[in-house]
Design a protein around this ligand. Structure first.
Ligand SMILES: CC(C)(COP(=O)(O)OP(=O)(O)OC[C@H]1O[C@@H](n2cnc3c(N)ncnc32)[C@H](O)[C@@H]1OP(=O)(O)O)[C@@H](O)C(=O)NCCC(=O)NCCS
Length: 191
């Protein structure tokens, strides 16, 4: 099939055509030897990133070498290079997700959040290679900033407007409007 049954556009698009399209079906950007799948409208997608079955708003920007699957990304959020975002993750509007961030299933991030480079969210408190695994939900409220290299353990909530220091290990929930850092991450002062 060379044209899409849903929107009638060719299945293979240029990046410019993909930016304009508003189809929820999967199309492909042809770029040299690679074919990058894209859906939706207004996406600026690096190469060779994969964005599969995601829902996203206007003006979302995704850098090179990202892998994003079945996630929701709000309008004007920017995702830098080498980011993995897994199924059912929700990210709000106007966020900035820096390079090398890992966001697994079970994480919800609000609007206007900054997630520093190399931040690691974890979702299973007692992981094992085989057998059952259990996801604990992690929530990052609006206007939170997380410094580079932080590790966020499963099931915590980071309150609105708080700032987590670089390299912190967040083992428990953090209230709103505070600066917190360290391993384990502790509240240091209000903002
Ligand atoms: C948490 C942070 C905001 C604190 O800044 P600050 O209030 O100016 O703190 P100071 O630099 O005055 O440090 C105060 C004390 O906390 C310690 N400290 C500061 N940041 C720390 C951190 N992330 N982890 C552990 N200790 C930290 C300092 O060593 C200092 O200790 P001391 O009193 O024993 O000397 C800042 O250090 C930080 O981590 N910012 C995030 C930076 C970042 O990742 N940016 C990403 C951009 S890409």
């Amino acid at each position: 099939m060379t044209t899409c049954m849903e929107c009638g556009l060719p299945m293979r698009l240029t990046k410019e055509e993909a930016l304009e399209m508003s189809c929820s079906g999967t199309h492909f950007i042809e770029d040299g030897m690679t074919l990058t799948p894209v859906t939706g409208k207004g996406l600026r997608l690096g190469n060779p990133s994969k964005v599969i079955q995601c829902e996203y708003g206007k003006g979302v920007e995704i850098g090179n070498f990202c892998d994003i699957y079945k996630a929701m990304i709000g309008s004007y959020t920017k995702i830098k290079r080498f980011v993995e975002i897994q199924e059912n993750v929700e990210i709000g509007k106007f966020c900035k997700i820096m390079s090398f961030v890992f966001i697994p299933t079970g994480v919800r991030i609000g609007n206007y959040c900054f997630i520093g480079p190399g931040t690691l969210f974890l979702n299973d408190r007692y992981p094992a290679a085989v057998g059952q695994w259990e996801i604990s939900l992690t929530e990052v409220e609006d206007n939170v900033s997380i410094g580079g290299g932080a590790v966020i353990l499963p099931g915590v909530k980071i309150g609105k407007g708080s700032l987590i220091g670089a390299g912190s290990v967040v083992t428990k929930s953090i209230p709103p409007s505070v600066i917190a850092y360290g391993n384990p991450c502790k509240v240091v002062r209000p903002i």
